[in-house]
Design a protein around this ligand. Structure first.
Ligand code: PLP
Length: 367
């Protein structure tokens, strides 16, 4: 048996994306070359940019392809603070992904000032705290759209409006949202938005940064003139084209089914374990995400046992597992280090089924 319940860590390729990749594997041209192979490669990138601009409601010139979410987030953070971070102020939430938190920490070590907004026991932010955190020297606000561990959505509309009022650009990590929910960037008060193809059934090593024209930016990676000089390096042609394909075939109408599957799973778990603790804001979460702890059962033991029986789940963020550090998100929510070690995350996608959830429930009964 193999059941994959770790879709917030990464997702399997959509069959349509796989087919597309296989069909284009021999496209080897460099988009900067003037000959036919180069021009064919350029067409693939241009078409991907057109399709994605149309799907996301932005101009093509506002999209910068990158190697993924981490690079795009680093690009914006460093562009707004380097080369002179002293005296500049950054606001982040305390539950951001490490791509933001570690970069914030690095900027702090270089002299920038960082405010980390608190969350409550359900992982919710207080937007009044955000409003009060601005200083004359605030250069950027980075708050994610949805949290990868507990699934909470944050109110990007309200956050963006506050940032606009204060005249400070807003960076939104939408890695868990793009491809899961429809997005219309025209209507959103967001200056920078970041996404990553491998979270929405596309390939790894490719993502994008949306940057509203006029928002300050300088390249993280310098060299050639690719991406209008904002991201040097030969383009990952197939990755970019496959990312556009993954976005095209995203099926947003299945969101309700995924959340119903998750809700049925949680209801079954609650029947089995009346003291089950479910983390996060239960009625305002990513459709497939469930983060919970079984009191008295270590998360690590549960994860290992499930894995031996073919069910793949996660403890906190995948990039931190292996180190077995307590989840920084659960710690920020006020759980003890032991409680924060026990959080188990299940993240479902459109490729999971009720039969898989039933098998999982049958297995977990015996713990
Ligand atoms: N931001 C969030 C919310 C994520 O979940 C992830 C991936 O785990 C990232 C950023 C990093 O994206 P990537 O894996 O493309 O570097």
């Amino acid at each position: 048996m193999s059941i994959y319940f770790d879709n917030n860590a990464t997702t399997p390729l959509a069959p349509e994306v796989r087919e597309f990749l296989v069909a284009h594997l021999d496209e080897f041209g460099n988009a900067s070359s003037v000959h036919q192979a180069g021009q064919q490669a350029k067409r693939l990138v241009n078409t991907a940019r057109e399709q994605m601009g149309a799907l996301l409601g932005c101009q093509e010139s506002e999209l910068i392809f990158s190697s993924g979410g981490t690079e795009a987030l680093n690009t914006v953070l460093l562009a707004n603070f380097l080369p002179d971070p002293q005296g500049k102020h950054l606001i982040v939430s305390s539950v951001e992904h490490s791509a933001v938190l570690e970069t914030a920490h690095y900027l702090e070590s270089l002299g920038a000032e960082v405010t980390r907004l608190k969350v409550d026991r359900q992982g919710r932010l207080d937007l009044e705290e955000l409003r009060l955190s601005f200083k004359p020297q605030t250069k950027l606000v980075a708050i994610m759209w949805a949290n990868n561990e507990i699934g909470n959505f944050y109110d990007v509309q309200a956050i963006g409006e506050i940032c606009q009022e204060k005249g400070v650009p807003y960076l939104c990590d939408a890695v868990q949202v793009v491809g899961t929910l429809p997005i219309d960037l025209k209507k959103l008060p967001i200056d920078y938005l970041v996404a990553s193809a491998h979270k929405f059934h596309g390939p790894k090593g490719v993502g994008f940064l949306y940057r509203r024209s006029q928002a300050p930016l300088s390249p993280l990676i310098r060299g050639g003139r690719q991406e209008r000089g904002m991201r040097a390096g030969t383009e990952n042609i197939l990755g970019i084209a496959a990312m556009a394909k993954a976005l095209q075939v995203a099926r947003f109408e299945e969101v309700a089914e995924i959340s119903a599957l998750r809700d049925r799973m949680e209801a079954e778990l609650l029947k089995l374990f009346s003291d089950l603790r479910i983390h996060g804001e239960l009625n305002n979460r990513l459709p497939g995400t469930s983060n919970f702890a079984l009191p008295g059962v270590s998360g690590e033991t549960l994860l290992m046992n499930l894995d031996m029986r073919g069910v793949q789940v996660s403890l906190g963020a995948a990039c931190e597992s292996g180190s077995m550090d307590p989840s920084h998100v659960l710690l920020a929510m006020g759980f003890s280090p032991q409680e924060a070690l026990d959080g188990l995350r299940i993240s479902l996608s459109r490729y999971n089924s009720q039969a898989e959830v039933d098998s999982f429930i049958n297995l977990i009964k015996d713990f």
